[in-house]
Design a protein around this ligand. Structure first.
Ligand code: HEM
Length: 183
C-alpha cells in the first residue's frame, strides 16, 4: 500500500473551514472589543458580539470534530529532504495551534457564561458552560485571558501562514499541497 501524501479529506475540509472562521473572528473580536472599551453599545456592536460568539462556539465544535478526524487518520510523512529542525518546529507549532484553538473559545464561552451574556444570533442563547458561576469579576478575568490567548493565536497563525506561503511559492516542495485539494 502506498503511503498517504496528503491529509485525510475530512482534515483538509475542517482545516480550511476553521481557518476562514478564525480569520473572521479575530478582526471582529478586536473591533467589537474596541467599541465596548469606549462604551459604544449600539446595534452594530451587539451584532458583532452575536456573530463573534456564534462563530467562536462553532470553531470550538469544529475543533472537537477535527481532533477526532485527526486521531482516526495518520498524517502524511514529511519529505526526507526537510531538515529535522523544521519538522520539529512545524509539529510544535501545529500542536500549539490545536491547544489555542480549543482553549481560546473555551475561555470566551466561560466568560459569557460568568457574565452572563449568552445571547447570540437571532436571539438564541448558547448553552451555559457547566460549573461556571455567574460572577462579573470572574468574567472580566476570563475575557482578559481570552484576549491574550486570541492575540497569541493571531501571531502564531501569521507565522503559520508565512511558512505555508514560503513552501508554496519559494520552496515548491509539496508541503502546501498536503493540506490542499487535488495534486
Ligand atoms: C478561536 C476562537 C476565538 C477567537 C480567535 C477569538 C478572538 C477574540 C479577539 C481577538 C477578541 C478581542 C480581544 C481584545 O481586544 O482584548 C475577542 C473578544 C471576545 N470574545 Fe472571542 N474569540 C474566539 C472565541 C470566542 C467564543 C467561543 C466566545 C463566546 C462564546 C467569545 C467571546 C468573546 C467576548 C465576549 C469578547 C469581548 C471581551 C471583552 O469585551 O472584554 N470568543 N475574541
Amino acid at each position: 500500500m502506498q503511503a498517504a501524501t496528503n491529509y485525510a479529506l475530512g482534515s483538509r475540509i475542517l482545516h480550511w473551514l476553521i481557518a476562514a472562521l478564525v480569520l473572521v473572528l479575530i478582526p471582529v473580536g478586536l473591533w467589537m472589543a474596541s467599541r465596548a472599551e469606549i462604551d459604544l453599545f449600539d446595534d452594530l456592536t451587539n451584532t458583532l458580539y452575536a456573530w463573534h460568539k456564534a462563530i467562536g462556539f462553532t470553531v470550538l465544535l469544529l475543533m472537537v470534530l477535527r481532533i477526532i478526524v485527526r486521531a482516526r487518520n495518520t498524517a502524511p510523512a514529511y519529505p526526507v529532504s526537510l531538515p529535522r529542525w523544521q519538522v520539529i518546529a512545524a509539529k510544535s507549532l501545529h500542536h500549539l495551534l490545536y491547544v489555542l484553538l480549543i482553549v481560546t473559545p473555551l475561555l470566551g464561552w466561560a466568560g459569557v457564561t460568568a457574565f452572563p451574556a449568552l445571547i447570540t444570533l437571532g436571539g438564541y442563547d448558547l448553552p451555559a458552560m457547566p460549573f461556571i458561576p455567574q460572577d462579573q469579576a470572574l468574567a472580566t478575568q476570563l475575557f482578559g485571558i481570552h484576549g491574550v490567548f486570541a492575540i497569541t493565536l493571531a501571531v502564531l497563525v501569521s507565522g503559520h501562514i508565512a511558512a505555508a506561503v514560503i513552501h508554496l511559492v519559494i520552496r515548491k516542495d509539496g508541503i502546501f499541497q498536503r493540506m490542499w485539494f487535488g495534486r
